[in-house]
Design a protein around this ligand. Sequence first.
Ligand code: XUL
Ligand code: CO
Length: 446
Amino acid sequence: MAGFFPDVPERITFGGLTSTEPLSYKVYEPDRLVRGTRMEDHLRIAVCLWHSFSWPGSDVFGTGTFDRPWLAPDVDPMDGARARLEAAFEFVSTLGVPFFTFHDRDVAPEGRSFAESRSNLESVVAAIEEHMARTGVRLLWGTANLFSHPRYAAGAATNPDPEVFAYAAAQVKVMLEMTHRLGGANYVLWGGREGYETLLNTDLRREEEQLARFLTLVAEHRERVGFTGTLLLEPKPQEPTKHQYDYDTATVLGFLQRHDLADVYRVNLEVNHATLAGHSFHHEVATALATGIFGSIDANRGDPQNGWDTDQFPNSVEELALALYEIVRAGGFTTGGFNFDTKLRRQSMDRNDLFHAHIGGIDTLARALLVAADLVEAGDLERHRTARYAGWDDGLGADLLSGGLSLPDIEARVVDDGIEPRPTSGAQERLENVVNQRIWAADRER
Ligand code: XUL
Ligand code: CO
């Protein structure tokens, strides 16, 4: 195929587990029905334009290593932006996944003024519109980059300078409108520098108030323009800041409830952000689902030996199967999906490494979905959980929850009824065996 990936077939197809073709899916079959829903519609996979097409492979010790001609210093930035879109849409449609995601500044260069940046973005969005119409690829979410430019060094909404707040608010207004124009299913706000480097110069009370005002303005504008997609906050505990306010799901929920925003915002959970917060990814997904703020997922993982955000492609079926079990059990995504906010390793400099990385991640998700569907269908975990809490459905449990009993009433009941609780097994190891059995069996046909 001509274009940026000349030696890749026009479409990555399903080859199956015995295939020796590296550029084929081993498990992912978009049309395969899993519990009555197509695999593609369960997973709603997206490719991100920033790490995959706008990052040159630089790190804090070295410059870019990747073959990304549109990023070369002698290329006019707007010509580069158009070339990048050609390559990105070629990639996404060859991969055969339904969605992409982008920040305003990944696709269009920053201008010399706010108005010039907006006009750059408008013309690139017009080109995106054409690529979307031509390829059928859709937008899972848009977002504004409020962390790269030096003006945002001390945060965007939480900056001590109100002019920075205003600039960021104007930038989000534009990008929310662009996301709406492109039919985006969600809009994400990752508070990259909404946090602090040192408490010695930070007014926590003011910064919380500023962030709440900012998010209220965004929610109001969503209504004003009639954007029906979901607004998502992306929890992360730190990096680049020492501390990020959207630390984890529970912290975000508390913040939303304090500011009457819990009905409007949901969370975009990232696997390694959970790890950095000292949680399992399973914990973050289960917490978001239990509290009604689950939205979408960034599927990239960390490295267990590193304390920073390596953004690696997912490769653990177990980790994702546990998360997908919660998602499938709860009825699946509504507007969310799995976004590959993933980075190649710096040495993966062949063009095709981008394909190998995504294919592996997508197959991992597909296989995790089969495990999750099997676990839901078999019902062992659900039956155990239901039986474990059965005491709360009626009798004493229902009376305790109804609010009709005071502590003295409860004491009397313990004495009068001769209550003597007997501990029962939590059966953790048996349940872990159930999960493993399904992982080992996941490829039998259903
Ligand atoms: C950073 C991160 C971001 C957001 C979008 O850790 O995950 O790429 O997903 O701004
Ligand atoms: Co992310």
